[in-house]
Design a protein around this ligand. Sequence first.
Ligand code: KG4
Ligand code: ZN
Length: 335
Amino acid sequence: MKERLMLGIETSCDETSAAVVADGQSVRSLVTYSQIAIHQAFGGVVPEVASRQHVAVITRTVEQALTEANVQLSQLDGIAVTCGPGLLGALLVGLSAAKGYALVSGLPFFPVHHIAGHVAAAGLEAQWRPPMLCLVVSGGHTELLVVDENFRFQRLGGTVDDAAGEAYDKVARLCGLNYPGGPEIDKLAAQGNPDALDLPRSFLDSEELSFSFSGLKSAVANRLEKARRNHEYLPVEDICASFQQAVLDVLVTKTSQAAKKTGLRRIVVAGGVAANRGLRQAMTQLACRADLEIFFPNPVYCTDNGAMIAAAGSHMMKAGRHGTLDVNAYANLSF
Ligand code: KG4
Ligand code: ZN
């Protein structure tokens, strides 16, 4: 059967990214202009700066993705784009560009939920085997979901306050580390003592599939303040290791509870935080203990990228779920 080529465009936060993916699986090109260096000076993403930067590079990014895949717009089978959730101004840039390309080409159009994109990243250069339980952990989200054969999602639970990645970024900032904090903490945690600080683990003893990370961040802040007042030296490696252990304990326990509740044995761990080496190790150990199969996207597809959006668009196309050009961008978007 002829392969089906999907263009994917992602601009929900601080990466302008476009990709061409064949059959939801094979990445033909992926071009990403990261704004991280620009936002680093502010210690986090500045929405207005992000929107303007997307405008400056969006056309170039899409054209480069088509050139690198060696295809013309007319040779594609569809166009997929993130329509939410995310920063509204940033989303509108990608969405408007995608609508323009769809309008001139007449190609089918697929508006993608950003979290669905993160989940679809697990099928890139790998087997896509729904139904699966999904843990999506990123800078904006911490969600437990089920994805079915028609690429439909059911939400089981999520964070009641900060997302896991947000907690990583805030704790990194408290420690004087660079934005984004996840990769920095990941590196330092490997050299520290995870039992050095006594930190809270929310909802650990409850069956509720909820997460809360803002108390953990405050506990780290209070502990650092106490150490400062008492002239106590706390190695940054120990802070990172203790914080990371608290996050991992909660993520692993809740995923295990959700697997028991749903009876699902195949689990996708996706989103920016899924690049975390400690999390990948802890989830792999859970898989061995509980006889589960764990799927991680390749780390290059964990953080925001156009390939995951193209893959999600392909799954929607297969399920016959085409969108229309009157779709809007949504800062908040449920499933
Ligand atoms: O999925 P993503 O690129 O953007 C959102 O949709 O939010 O995730 C970005 C988040 C940031 O909070 C970043 O600190 C975190 O993912 N992150 C990590 C790692 N790499 C990125 N967190 C922990 N460990 C990592 N290795
Ligand atoms: Zn994301």
